[in-house]
Design a protein around this ligand. Structure first.
Ligand code: ZN
Length: 407
């Protein structure tokens, strides 16, 4: 049994993915020997409905100097964050001397638009090299983790915030009560906290188990988020399903009783009840579906490799791919290399299975017949970019929502 991070009741795991390396821990061959592993297992707390990792590695293991994820590399992400900035500016930052805070501001992809509008702002970004990239764009950033203590420091230096926003970060933070206490303190009485993360409902419906890795400690639903907010005098007043990252949810939060609650909240809760997100049976069924997905993917890859007489090439050295590669035990005999546009990853090896990561030039040269799509959450952007591959008769192998060859 484990102790729930939100309500402190006991809960049990419903799946173990076995030993896993750090999802974003792309490494050189000299580092193979000292590679860090932990058991990746997930549980469901029946008391507060939170789905969470049983154990999470130390955060220093995960977000270090070489952290290689820069949001602005993706065009789709740029558009997404510009739209969010515009929404914040017109709906919540239109009062007197507004102040915007972002938790996990990355390279300033969102806050650069707030900065350009001349609005006082602060980005909180623990990865130093990523925060530096934001600063070079004129985004005021601090390289620290967000918690209650940081919130107090921000209030002292800048005052209270009209908006606190966060994208794909809150679900990473194990010490949730300190974060929510900090949010509660830092917000003006009329302020809003808006965050978005991959949505549990999509993971269950699409069997997208590759969303599960060390960085994601929580797998949020409207039900579980609502429960944890109540403990801090906060209230969910709206929700917005998003298509990014393979299905996300944006949560709109305010001090309790300060805003009218949209009917969308109750509607989404009813949908979650239908989907069974409040029942352990749903997660046991998810485990069965994940096991079948592994079986189907390994069988398909083995068949293709045998037929074509060479391993397949994979597309996108994503953090998600680490769970799939290690859980399905896909090594270099099945996957020759992973093509990725991130210069920091090229020339390195994938965590755990040690598959080489190469540049798109190498992909071009190798003239593949099949590509295994790891970055499936950016599918449309990739299909548009790689139209030549398809025109030449190339085929994509997908595993979400089902294992198969895309037509
Ligand atoms: Zn709980």
């Amino acid at each position: 049994m484990a102790r729930c991070r939100i309500c402190e009741n006991d809960y049990a795991e419903f799946i173990s993915f076995g030993n896993m390396p750090i999802a974003n821990g792309f490494l050189s061959s000299e580092e193979f020997e000292s590679e860090y592993f932990f058991e990746l297992k997930v549980g469901f707390c029946a008391d507060c409905q939170m789905v969470q990792l049983i154990d999470q590695p130390d955060r220093e293991q995960m977000f270090h100097q070489d952290y290689a994820f820069f949001s602005s590399l993706s065009r789709g992400q740029q558009i997404h964050f510009q739209a969010l900035a515009e929404k914040l500016l017109s709906n919540y930052l239109d009062g007197d001397s507004p102040f915007a805070v972002e938790i996990g501001s990355n390279d300033g992809i969102m806050l650069q638009h707030i900065a350009a509008a001349g609005i006082s702002h602060l980005g909180v970004e623990p990865s130093e090299n990523v925060a530096r990239a934001a600063q070079e764009k004129g985004v005021n950033s601090v390289s620290r983790f967000f918690d209650e203590e940081l919130a107090a420091d921000v209030i002292q230096k800048y005052g209270h915030a009209d908006t606190i926003s966060s994208a794909n970060v809150i679900c990473h933070i194990p010490y949730m009560h300190s974060v929510l206490a900090g949010v509660k303190q830092l917000l003006k009485p009329t302020g809003v906290f808006i965050f978005e993360d991959p949505y549990l409902g999509d993971i269950v419906e699409k069997t997208s188990y590759d969303q599960i890795y060390d960085e994601h400690v929580f797998y949020f639903s409207v039900g579980s988020v609502s429960n944890m907010l109540t403990r801090h005098g906060l209230e969910l007043f709206d929700v917005e399903p998003l298509s990014v990252h393979g299905g996300s949810m944006r949560y709109y939060i305010a001090n309790r009783g300060t805003r009218e609650v949209s009917t969308r909240v109750a509607e989404q809760l009813a949908r979650e009840t239908e989907l069974g997100l409040h029942k352990i049976e749903t997660y046991n069924r998810l485990r069965t579906n994940i096991e079948k997905s592994r079986e189907d993917l390994t069988t398909l890859l083995q068949k293709i490799v045998k037929e074509q007489g060479r391993p397949v090439i994979a597309y996108g050295a994503t953090s998600k791919s680490t769970t799939v590669l290690n859980y399905c035990d896909l090594g270099p005999e099945l996957i020759e290399f992973i093509s990725d546009t991130t210069p920091l990853k090229q020339g390195k090896y994938s965590p755990g299975m040690h598959i080489p990561v190469k540049s798109p030039d190498e992909l071009e040269k190798s003239d593949p017949q099949y590509l295994l799509l790891f970055a499936w959450n950016h599918m449309q952007e990739i299909m548009d970019k790689e139209v030549d591959f398809k025109d030449k008769g190339g085929r994509w192998i997908a595993y979400v929502p089902e294992v198969g060859i895309l037509t």
